[in-house]
Design a binder for this molecule. Sequence first.
Ligand code: ADP
Ligand code: MG
Length: 389
Amino acid sequence: MVNEAVRKELIAKYRKVFERDPEVMAYAPGRIEVLGNHTDYNEGFVLSAAINYGTFFAAARNAEKACRLVAGDLMKEVAFDVGAISRSSVDTWQNYVKGTLAGLAEVGGVEHGFDGMFFGNIPLGSGLSSSAALEMSAGLALARLYGMEVDKLTLARIGQKAEHAYAGCKCGLLDQLSSLAGQPGCLVKTDFRTLKYETVALGGDACFLMCNTHAKHALVDGAYNELRASCEQGAGYFASVLRHPVKALRDVSMAEWVLYRGGLEALVADRSAHPIGENERVLRGAGLLASGDLNGFGALMFDSHESSRRLFGNSCEELDVVVDAAKKIPGVMGARLSGGGFGGSVVVLAHPRDVETASVALANAYAARFGKACDVSIISPSAGAYVLE
Ligand code: ADP
Ligand code: MG
């Protein structure tokens, strides 16, 4: 469903449930991670994009302290008091909105309740960050309703806190920042040391396919923490041998890694090489895009996946099958796992004229090995979140 149809359907549902028009509406898209894997907590760089699927949030003031919140696609309603916000273990979708409201209330100005409803077209839980889209659309709409000025970084942090404290997911800021900062036809390059971001034009000759394998391998959280610990150990070692300050692996170059890796246990050395290489790939990739070299950029995506597979150890057979198939499909320029790894999705860079055939070929290749196709969505980098005027 295109976004305009989603917006119209939300208004129709809102009128039906609340018997009035919303006073404010905001939209926020999902996001894809394009290059820069496990670089965020190593204080490095990520290239991401806001996507052409998103969530609309509509609201109107309520004279009382009461809040009524409706999930428009489930047509389920919950009620709570604006002065007594707490996380819920049922209808857990409400936690993303409640957490965002609690964050706004900390900034100040949340006095009265609201009648709110949200509705979107992002597949839930498939690595496109429907949760950040919900937080950012709710945050923008409610901030406008309460007459608050909230800058993008503050709003992103409010969303992150909602994930940590209300949804129970210890995510970084990538999802929220990408949803807010995206621009049509552009990638967002974020520096996770300074949290400064800029857009990099992708050009009209490229779009993405997101292949969701739905694979989810056990011990994801344990494995994630273990990888993180190896990165910290690597950074500590390089800080002790290099003659310049090293706070995180962001401060180590691949050339230094080659020279000094011998002092590290092999497993930790390999794991450390991944974020170091990813940082360099993001910076080189942004340069290649600036000069219009999409094939060169795509090759870095394939390298990124190889680094996950051989060095970091966060790939799995499902993801490798998609990436290996992508290498053989005409018009595909690059592919790599997207997100934490150990399952989930592969992001594929392709020419727009080839995406339809490429998506069929990828689904078939996956089905040939695993007996059922992976889900493939066509993604174009799109506008970031906004309040509808
Ligand atoms: P992802 O962010 O990758 O889609 P998460 O598990 O972080 O996956 O977030 C998915 C959850 O967000 C859903 O289970 C649901 O609780 C909530 N959610 C997001 N968008 C909607 C929506 N439009 N309707 C209902 N729930 C939603
Ligand atoms: Mg999420």
